[in-house]
Design a protein around this ligand. Sequence first.
Ligand code: SME
Length: 163
Amino acid sequence: MFIAADLPTDDKPRFYAELAAQARALLEGETDRIANAANLAALAYQALPRINWAGFYFYDGRELVLGPFQGKPACVRIALGRGVCGAAASQRQTQLVADVHAFPGHIACDAASRSEIVVPLVLGDELLGVWDVDSPEPGRFDQDDRQGMQALCAVFLESLSMK
Ligand code: SME
């Protein structure tokens, strides 16, 4: 299986290109949403340096519900518009939060989290959920991470409809 070792951490665009390639290979031939989300969370959690949580919330038509993840146990349900995840889901825009303490309504699942990135998962016109990654380091995520995480989410979304 994939261990995500030896990815170049000094060159973020290359790091994410190689991570996306590993993700594509890992999810190939499987369309099950839970299985692919679980494997992607595990891959990302192993590969990404200086993070303490990585995982999914899925939209059930009413609110966000916790999906596969790696890290400490997290809150299960998040209303649209609440916290960083709720903002990403309701605005359908990636949220890059350098200091979670300064984000109004931030939901602290792990007190160690200091910065966060949340990417909305939108398939066609439908909101599927969000991909959330937390770091114990303030300002951990930048524009390279935004691009890279969005590319990783695109691999996940593609996998759901590929045979
Ligand atoms: N901090 C998130 C909640 C989810 S946990 O970080 C896993 C938020 O404010 O939406």
